[in-house]
Design a protein around this ligand. Sequence first.
Ligand code: PMP
Ligand code: GLU
Length: 396
Amino acid sequence: MSNQLSDRINSVTPSATLEMAAKARELRASGKDIIGLSLGEPDFNTPDYVKEAAIQAINDNYNSYTPVDGYVELKEAIITKFKRDNHLEYTPTQIVVSTGAKQALYNVAQVVLNKGDEVILPCPYWVSYSDIVKLADGIPVEVKTSLENDFKMTPEQLEASITPKTKMLWYSSPCNPSGSIYSETELRALADVLKKHPQIIIVSDEIYEHINYGVTAHASMAAFEDMYDRTVTVNGVAKAFAMTGWRIGFIGAPAYIARACNKLQGQVTSGANCIAQRAVITALTESPDRIKYMVDEFKERRKLILGLLNGIEGFKCNEPEGAFYVYPDVTAFFGKTLNGTKINNASDFAMYLLENANVATVTGDAFGNGNCIRISYAASEKEIIEAIRRIKEAVS
Ligand code: PMP
Ligand code: GLU
């Protein structure tokens, strides 16, 4: 029978991060000693005080369908969190809880974009942005940035990329994959450009907010009064609370966008999981100081991995200020033959490392920048040391 799939799904690329993680799992199952540095997933356990809240919720019989946009108590906790951490004032009608930040982003694209609308994505961007945009019939417009500029888009680049069809700007800060953080001043400069183009909605993905190494303070686009009414602030608990599998993300947004996300979600998934939501009330209500031990650990690992990578000729790194990835430029290897394998691009290089060093990374192509590969350091020090030793051996 011929392929009866829709053009929509045929145009989507599978998530490179999840694909690489699956490949690593497969190779491991076949007996290979693979070190997985491909997935952005903390190697910590969910903190006990959050787990206890979930156990309590089970015992309290939280088992029914949840409100589509989230429990009232969770929305209150999110409102308090936004006020406490980001100086953002939201009302309950502006909050929607979803099954992960990924669904939150998907919802926003679906409710805002019409066919042919352009979405500006500063590169490198998180792997799923471009496909989420395409699934909503939008057109991703990539804006190239450089390592020299810490992979940040300048106001001039933003201005030059805007056309009459531009409907949205999406970025993450701290950035997955580069770890770059836009300072308040840098965001203000971008806001000054956006001010001249009132049709543009901004998606500010702040899921790595707490994984910040103290150089540049976290800033939210919506905290600027003139951007508040046109910014969707996306956040979640997967990264900072080591809760990737619990699947809770949320938005603070203009009420008309939140209402539309609520309507969409009500026809697609209904409300997010009841137990996970109860646990997240505790996660967000407690002080972020309680999860700082993980951030401190990531900071040590960042130092370790940067030191080791800088000792390999051909790897050029920026110093990531947040998140838990390094995004080295590996163009020095392009055109070379390593152990009989010709390396033409970042995908060849990532594959070469998987097959020859038994280390899983992700090609930079997946993030809209083909000069780099992404390496996650959300792994133990022992794994990091061994992985980089293997990489060094495989490329020397
Ligand atoms: N945004 C960014 C920048 C991410 O790295 C991720 C990683 N999963 C997500 C959104 C999605 O988060 P979640 O696991 O909550 O869906
Ligand atoms: N956000 C993580 C990453 O970039 C998890 C994988 C995914 O959801 O694609 O690796």
